[in-house]
Design a protein around this ligand. Structure first.
Ligand SMILES: CC/C=C\CC(=O)SCCNC(=O)CCNC(=O)[C@H](O)C(C)(C)COP(=O)(O)OP(=O)(O)OC[C@H]1O[C@@H](n2cnc3c(N)ncnc32)[C@H](O)[C@@H]1OP(=O)(O)O
Length: 229
């Protein structure tokens, strides 16, 4: 079973556990997280407004909010805590840094590391996707800066996307420009939002879109497919 087959909003609060076994090694989400410790200085600031039930997760990991193992671990733990808080109905993910939403996967995590460390990192990337995609909360990406590759994946994984209009901000799965292939579940996540043909073109050329171009291609017209149960 592939990641692209995970359905949203099913009866379970978490995606099918079989996915952990097949794609992610030994189960399960919580045990993976509890093995890792997040760094002492928070990379993500979380504020929950109890009067609205809306939480804001602000990325504050300079210089570019790259998705390191520490960042991803903290993200998953924070999201899990909000998930368990019944008063929280929705989450906005955004950046505290000027000009950057997230630069995507931390390139230094993929260079000169042991296979074990690479495996741990990749598992954390998958967990981020599973937790965000399978969340019972309404999830919104407020994209207030550039959002290439893994940053784009994170935004696409949310129910809604809102992007600040600035000609310097780009969003897209630009992996081809880096000489690497976007994993199929990155691709599937984009197909779910903008359709097959747009995704095919975007991935082939490694395109980064401005907010108006993305709007034209229906990046922002996804709807909330579930409510908090
Ligand atoms: C198999 C899965 C494959 C891929 C998924 C991925 O996500 S791969 C990562 C893809 N990411 C990118 O291609 C983004 C590359 N970065 C940029 O385009 C720019 O840095 C960005 C985000 C537009 C910001 O530009 P700006 O001019 O503001 O900053 P600058 O380029 O000078 O970068 C500042 C420092 O950040 C470091 N950095 C940038 N991106 C990453 C990253 N993804 N991981 C780790 N570090 C990153 C950059 O090297 C600079 O470091 P410094 O020590 O100051 O030189």
């Amino acid at each position: 079973m592939g990641f692209g087959t995970v359905s949203r909003g099913g009866s379970s609060r978490w995606p099918d556990q079989r996915l952990c076994t097949v794609e992610m090694g030994p189960p399960c989400h919580t045990s993976c997280l509890s093995r890792r410790k997040s760094s002492s200085s928070p990379k993500i600031k979380v504020d929950l407004d109890s009067s609205t039930g809306i939480a804001v997760m602000k990325f504050q990991s300079p210089p570019v909010n790259s998705l390191s193992l520490d960042f991803l671990t903290e993200f998953c733990i924070s999201l899990e805590k909000l998930e368990m808080d019944r008063s929280c109905r929705g989450v906005v993910v955004t950046s505290a840094l000027p000009k950057i939403f997230s630069a995507g996967l931390d390139i230094m995590e993929m260079y000169g590391k042991s296979p074990e460390r690479c495996g741990e990192f990749w598992k954390a990337v998958q967990e981020m996707w599973l937790k965000l995609y399978g969340s019972n909360m309404v999830t919104i990406a407020a994209i207030n800066g550039s959002s290439p590759a893994g940053g784009c994946l994170m935004a696409l994984t949310c129910d809604y996307r809102i992007m600040a209009e600035n000609p310097r901000y780009g969003i897209g799965l630009n992996e081809t420009q880096l000489g690497i292939v976007a994993p199929f579940w990155f691709k599937d996540t984009m197909v779910n939002t903008v359709g097959h043909r747009t995704t095919e073109l975007a991935l082939e050329l490694g395109l980064l879109y401005s907010a108006p171009d993305a709007l034209r291609l229906a990046w922002w017209t996804s709807w909330c497919r579930r409510t908090r149960c």
